[in-house]
Design a protein. Structure first.
Length: 155
């Protein structure tokens, strides 16, 4: 055996961890430590994509991926309620209740943001946070995911 330095550890997981398990916060501590140990600037930048809360229960088909191209937003009805969808990346979708946290008016899709036309509040598509009042609280967020051609929201 020669005295070559051992190769750098590969950034991978020792056991398979599903995306759902990671998002659900049930990944083992070792897997999480492995992920953080492998972080580099390019990975960190890529991982800044907003994350939806972990799905649970049975999802409702709110749209198809064809109806919600990457980078787009859409208002959808599920039952009697209206929700706002935003797809920041190919495999990521975010869902919010379209009820303004100021006085309960319906929030709609604006130019790169969500807007309440009653009194002019604006919310980000990436987090639902307020960017302009009078609303002070963020939009209520719901777990959502893309499954095949379907956009699922978990209510
Ligand atoms: S109800 Fe939305 S800004 Fe007032």
């Amino acid at each position: 055996m020669d005295n070559l330095p051992s190769p750098a550890p590969r950034c991978g997981l020792s056991s398979p961890v599903t995306r759902r398990a990671v998002l659900g916060g049930v990944a083992s501590a070792g897997a999480v430590a492995g992920l953080s140990a492998c972080a580099d600037p390019s990975t960190v930048a890529a991982s800044s994509t907003p994350v939806s809360p972990a799905p649970g229960g049975e999802g409702t088909v709110a749209a198809t991926t064809a109806e919600l191209p990457v980078g787009s937003s859409k208002s959808v009805k599920i039952g009697k309620r209206t929700y706002l969808l935003f797809r920041p990346a190919e495999t990521t979708v975010l869902a919010y209740r379209a009820v303004c946290t100021h006085a309960g008016c319906e929030v709609s899709v604006g130019e790169g943001e969500f807007v309440c036309h009653c009194h002019g509040s604006h919310f980000t598509r990436e987090s639902g946070e307020v960017t302009a009042g009078p609303a002070r609280g963020p939009l209520e967020k719901f777990p959502a995911e893309i499954s095949g051609e379907d956009v699922l929201v978990y209510l």
